[in-house]
Design a protein around this ligand. Structure first.
Ligand code: CDP
Ligand code: CDP
Length: 221
């Protein structure tokens, strides 16, 4: 196909989609965008400016002046920012203000790997390969618990599990671009998979989509 290889990786919090997307980008030599960081940046700007996180007018204003620029990824990974990100991510003005830069990234000549919640459904509905990465809430909470402990953030497993359930409900329940698998996405449950096993399964799925006939892709549902 004349367009590049676009790989959409969606899924709930701590499902392993970021790790997988990063590994896929290395495997196929494609640029990678973690779209969750965009929502996290908006959330951080809201918190830093002292706005109520539910103030949609302020969030819309921040997005309209948003300059991605350079950012320190590590400071965006915290628990409080993840929670705040899911609040601003439900606002239509925030989502619409971030669409263009994501589509531009996906439109690079060779293609790209993007991960998030709505890549396969809204941002790149024409993506050649779509993965919907999941794992049980308990497995995701255990992964996030370990990850946050490594960052020095002390939170109990139960609190993290509650965070994850609340974020799942908010992300799946919003009316604008809710978290859900695209009709043509392949669901990859990583609950019992190591990172290497998940990567091997994902590569097999992407390679199958790459070699599929275009006619088949157009008619497949
Ligand atoms: O890494 P984790 O899955 O915990 O979070 P993230 O991917 O950084 O996303 C943080 C929040 O941003 C999510 O809970 C979503 O509400 C929102 N998000 C979104 O709505 N759409 C995306 N494409 C990416 C993230
Ligand atoms: O991007 P997302 O929030 O979906 O998850 P992630 O940041 O890729 O993964 C969350 C944590 O789970 C990381 O510390 C990964 O190393 C770990 N992980 C794992 O233990 N097994 C997997 N199959 C995938 C991820």
């Amino acid at each position: 196909s004349p367009a590049g290889l676009v790989i959409a990786v969606d899924g709930p919090a701590a499902s392993g989609k970021g790790t997988l997307a990063r590994r896929l980008s290395a495997h196929y030599g494609l640029p990678y965008l973690d779209t969750g960081l965009l929502y996290r940046m908006v959330a951080r700007a809201m918190l830093e400016a002292g706005h109520d996180i539910r103030d949609a007018a302020a969030a819309g204003e921040i997005v309209s002046r948003f300059d991605q620029g350079a950012f320190d990824e590590d400071t965006l990974r915290g628990r409080e920012i993840g929670e705040a990100a899911s609040v601003v991510a439900a606002m239509p003005a925030v989502r619409s203000g971030l669409i263009e830069r994501q589509r531009r990234f996906a439109g690079q000549p060779g293609g790209a790997v993007l991960d998030g919640r709505d890549i396969g459904t809204v941002i790149c509905p024409q993506a050649r390969a779509k993965l919907f990465v999941t794992a049980t809430p308990e497995v995701r909470a255990a992964r996030r618990h370990k990850e946050l402990a490594g960052r020095g953030e002390e939170a109990t497993f139960d609190n993290i599990l509650a965070d994850i359930r609340r974020r799942d409900a908010r992300d799946s329940g919003r009316s604008d671009a809710p978290l859900k698998a695209a009709d043509d996405a392949v669901i990859l449950d990583t609950s019992a998979l190591t990172i290497e096993e998940a990567l091997a399964a994902a590569i097999a799925i992407v390679d199958r989509r790459r070699s599929a006939q275009p006619e088949r892709i157009l008619t497949e549902r």
